[in-house]
Design a protein around this ligand. Structure first.
Ligand code: C2E
Ligand code: CA
Ligand code: CA
Length: 715
């Protein structure tokens, strides 16, 4: 066991030196001692100045015999503590080893240990410490020199993290040197770009440049990096396959100690999926999902651009609106899926009959448009319209069903018919409506006249609203006669507008407008109540009970609670339901959807009779009518007009009567004007006639005068 006195007590020694005083030292007669003390003093200063932790360890006592200032600051104890107090287990273990062979094998005398020391406050810090036993001193003292490696561990940790990020990030990472050559790429980079690391490392980053950006783009990018140290944004690059690679790129700068850029770290994500959905979204907003053609929005934008070009070049352009005639009938009778097939087929026929440069758009429903640039006259546009019409003369094969369609086409030209997108679209719309109102299957070029018509329609609508409220719409009554005995057997109620200034206006002048605007609903309701009350007053006055036929528009059936309205009109007037007949047109009955057919059944259940008006003008087969709850058909006056001279029409009427009777239906002939017509109808077995021959539609007072008084309890 070495004696304690052999340890150097630095404190004591220092105290003694200071105790001697500077002066006395200088004057010392013992220069040798003086020199030793100076040496000691220098050594002590060195010892304390060292930024390393220096410990002198007492091996036997297992304690710190002395320490420098750095060690004291690091451990935070007031006086050197036992080794166990600082948790230096590994150091203790080393000291406890057998060091007897140390003189022969110096490598046994020292060891570098990485461990953690505990401070006085209990906290710990990592240290790397080299402990060595001095050869001669092996049993007594050891010197340990080390340092706090918190910072180094932290850096190492960060580096390890960075490496893990580099290897595992989903973003591709590429490190460039100052010359912008690639020095490292991450696994994700390899995966996204298709390049192996050794194919790009060492090469300039420009190998991945896409032609989508010009030099100016890259110049601006690197200028931003030089100035601000970073850049981020969307850019296009190339995969190894040559495929375009849209990426979101973030570039950062790594500077050297002097602050100059040493490396650039480029982190990017592959945004091709995003681009793809962006593209799809763009496509969706600008195309019709059914036909994949550009939609109204895109046509508007294209027209805007075309107008700018046309103004510059001074050339004309033309806009065509194409509308399928009676598309709704096709849709309703053959079903929406077949209707969709027709739209798709028509889209490709239109596209095939124009030049590739012409824009074909699907505006909505059955409406298409074609934008023709560089036309020299209206004739050019008319020629295209004819070609489109021509392309549709062949029947369409819709899943085995052959459909023939005709088109209505409106044409407007820039600059003649409008200067703006809005004006051209609006006027083209008027033109197509004009073509339709003339019966369809034609094209019409816009004229100023059409704007006047549009304004007139607007005026009619406004005054019609007012007229309904003011009670100016009233009913005239036209008598019907039984052909068998000429007895007055009913009346059709026909709407008239008693205009304060313009006199009596016929229904053809306002009913179509009322149907378009929905005004037909309140107007029809008013007329229905009016008719029911009127017939009831006749009954109450002891006049013959003749049923009245009221015309019901398809709009009223599809877009108003018609069953409830009729029930209410009956209840309100107290009219027996068998005295009310409702006339619906053949064309409406034909396109009847299940919903409206159900309503017809409900009406029939109320006890009112249903008549098919204008029979023969639509395409209804009697077989189809058999499934409808109708009891009467009215042969259109077009057929009646030509009998008995026109043999074909005679045959048609005879056939209709025979078949209708076969189905148990009553037949009324309309528009009977001559005795010859009447005689033929009587011969054919027709039941009832209505027409100028029997009497014109007249105000109720006039009609009442023709009604006989009731003889029996009722008629
Ligand atoms: P409609 O239902 O076919 O009515 C018969 C039309 O033929 C009436 O025309 C009538 O005046 C006319 N007419 C009667 N006898 C003869 C004749 O011998 N020769 C000729 N050439 N014509 C004759 P009006 O009253 O002008 O009505 C036209 C159409 O307006 C009606 O055709 C009907 O579809 C519609 N309409 C009339 N009133 C109403 C109504 O209250 N509601 C609805 N929704 N439509 C109505
Ligand atoms: Ca009618
Ligand atoms: Ca009719």
């Amino acid at each position: 066991m070495p004696k304690r006195s052999r340890t150097i007590d630095w404190q004591e020694l220092q105290g003694r030196i200071i105790g001697l005083g500077e002066e006395s030292l200088k004057k010392s007669h013992y220069p040798e001692l003086q020199e030793r003390l100076r040496e000691l003093e220098r050594f002590r200063a060195l010892f304390d100045l060292s930024s390393d932790i220096v410990l002198i360890l007492d091996i036997a006592a297992e304690r710190i015999a002395d320490w420098n200032r750095t060690a004291q600051d690091a451990l935070g104890h007031a006086a050197p503590p036992p080794l166990s107090a600082i948790g230096a287990e590994e150091v203790l273990a080393f000291l406890r080893e057998d060091h007897s062979g140390c003189a022969q094998r110096p490598e046994m005398c020292s060891r570098t240990i990485v461990t953690a020391f505990r401070r006085a406050d209990g906290s710990r810090f990592p240290v790397e410490i080299a402990v060595s036993l001095r050869a001669g001193d092996a049993e007594r003292l050891a010197i340990a020199v080390g340092r706090d490696i918190t910072e180094r561990m932290r850096t190492e940790q960060r580096l390890r993290q960075a490496a893990a990020v580099f290897d595992n990030a989903v973003e591709g990472i590429m490190v460039l040197d100052a010359a912008r050559d690639i020095v490292a790429v991450s696994p994700a980079f390899v995966q996204v770009t298709g390049y192996a690391a050794d194919e790009v490392v060492g090469r300039p980053v420009a190998v991945m440049r896409s032609l989508r950006h010009g030099d100016a783009f890259y110049a601006a990018l690197w200028a931003a990096v030089e100035q601000t140290g970073q850049w981020q944004g969307e850019m296009w690059s190339l995969r190894k396959s040559g495929e375009a690679l849209p990426m979101w790129m973030a570039i950062g700068t790594v500077r050297d100690d002097a602050g100059a850029p040493a490396q650039y770290v480029c982190v990017f994500s592959d945004i091709s999926r995003l681009k793809e959905s962006e593209r799809r979204l763009e496509h969706l907003t600008h195309h019709d999902p059914l036909t994949q053609l550009p939609n109204r929005l895109m046509l508007g934008a294209a027209l805007e651009r075309a107008l700018t070009r046309a103004r510059r070049t001074g050339r004309a352009l033309a806009l065509l609106f194409i509308d399928i005639d009676r598309f709704k009938t096709i849709n309703d009778t053959l079903g929406h899926q077949t209707g969709d097939l027709l739209l798709q087929a028509l889209a490709s026929r239109i596209a095939n009959s124009v030049r590739a440069a012409d824009l074909v758009a699907h505006m909505s429903g059955d409406e298409f448009a074609v934008l023709l640039e560089d036309v020299s006259s209206a004739d050019d546009a008319a020629r295209v319209a004819r070609k489109v019409v021509q392309a549709c003369t062949e029947p369409f094969d819709l899943d085995g069903f052959e459909a023939f369609v005709t088109l209505s086409i409106g044409i407007t030209l820039f600059p003649e018919h409008g200067q703006s997108v809005t004006a051209l679209l609006r006027n083209c719309d008027s033109a197509v409506h004009h073509a339709k109102s003339e019966g369809g299957n034609r094209f019409r070029i816009y004229t100023r006249e059409l704007t006047k018509i549009a304004f007139k329609n607007l005026r009619i609508e406004t005054s019609l609203r007012r007229a309904i409220d003011a009670g100016e719409i009233e009913l005239f009554y036209q008598p019907q006669f039984r052909l068998a005995d000429d007895a007055l057997c009913g009346a059709e109620a026909l709407a008239r507008w008693r205009h304060p200034k313009r006199g009596i206006i016929p229904p053809d002048a306002f009913i179509p407008r009322a149907e378009k605007t929905g005004l037909i609903v309140p107007m029809g309701e008013h007329l229905l109540f009016d008719a029911c009350r009127r017939v009831k007053t006749w009954l109450d006055a002891g006049l013959a009970a003749v049923p009245v036929a009221v015309n019901i528009s398809g709009v009223q059936i599809t877009s108003s609670p018609i069953v409830e309205t009729v029930a209410a009109a009956l209840a309100d007037s107290g009219l027996p339901p068998e005295l009310l007949k409702l006339e619906i047109t053949e064309s409406f009955a034909m396109r009847g959807t299940q919903g409206s057919i159900d309503r017809l059944h409900a009406l029939r259940t109320l006890g009112v009779e249903l008549a098919i008006d204008d029979f023969g003008t639509g395409y209804a087969s009697l077989a189809y009518l058999r499934d409808l709850p109708v009891t009467i058909i009215k042969i259109d006056r077009e057929f009646v007009h030509n009998v008995p001279d026109h043999r074909g029409d005679c045959a048609i009427i005879e056939a209709i009567v025979a078949m209708a009777h076969g189905l148990g239906l009553m037949v009324v002939a309309e528009g009977v004007e001559t005795e010859a017509q009447k005689a033929f109808l009587a011969r054919s077995g027709c039941d009832i006639m209505q027409g100028y021959l029997g009497g014109h539609p007249a105000p109720h007072r006039e009609f009442e005068r023709r009604l006989p008084r009731r003889t029996g309890p009722r008629g």
